[in-house]
Write a protein that binds this ligand. Structure first.
Ligand code: NDP
Ligand code: ZN
Length: 175
């Protein structure tokens, strides 16, 4: 049974941290919808009930996209969850092109739980890219995004057959 109080604490924390952010789609959806969707995919579609995994999914973009620090996560959520979040966070001191390249290089080297979060992130972002894409992205740019995502996921093959199949189904919608 998952630790529901901890999961709700992570949801509350992430909602607060992302409160002023919006997704890049035309509706400008509240950013928190995306981490919630990751947790939903992992639990409802992947069958996972691990609190550590679901909390990491809810928190996965807090360090990369808000002022949240590793120390803050350590104090509130402990080492296991914090390590996963740090493993899936890009180093913002690097250029965007370098961050994209490093995701491909690092994907095979991260922990099992970090790979599951990353797989869910790529599934959700490709689905968004089809149903509510970033405004003003050209066809070419969306295609490049699909191909880069696949390059990352191809480094994590053998992690979880069902999630990989969900990714492949999302990739099959490549515009
Ligand atoms: P990003 O790759 O950072 O934008 C995509 C990210 O935005 C996703 O990974 C997702 O990240 C988040 N996101 C927010 N809203 C949505 C949504 N509705 N659907 C899907 N994802 C969403 O794009 P950048 O602008 O940073 O550019 C990155 C790269 O693209 C650079 O390397 C640059 O060189 C290249 N580029 C290509 C262009 C082209 O026309 N081909 C033009 C400009 C740049 P998260 O999970 O973190 O929310
Ligand atoms: Zn994300």
């Amino acid at each position: 049974m998952g630790n529901i109080p901890l999961i709700l604490k992570a949801l509350d924390f992430a909602a607060h941290k992302h409160r002023d952010q919006r997704r890049k789609n035309v509706e400008a959806s509240p950013y928190i919808n995306h981490p919630i969707e990751l947790a939903r995919v992992l639990s409802n579609e992947g069958g996972f009930i691990s609190s550590e995994l679901l909390c990491a999914a809810l928190l996965h973009d807090t360090v990369e996209d808000t002022k949240t620090t590793e120390e803050e996560l350590l104090e509130l959520f402990g080492e296991g969850i914090t390590r996963i979040v740090m493993e899936v966070s890009d180093d913002k001191t690097k250029t965007k092109a370098e961050r994209k390249r490093l995701q491909i290089v690092h994907a095979s080297k991260i922990s099992h739980h970090a790979k599951l979060v990353k797989l869910a992130d790529k599934i959700c972002n490709l689905r968004d890219m089809v149903h509510s894409p970033p405004t003003n992205w050209s066809l070419e740019r969306r295609r490049e995004y699909f191909d880069w995502s696949k390059q990352v996921v191809d480094q994590m093959r053998g992690t979880h057959a069902e999630l990989e199949a969900l990714f492949d189904a999302a990739y099959a919608q490549r515009p």
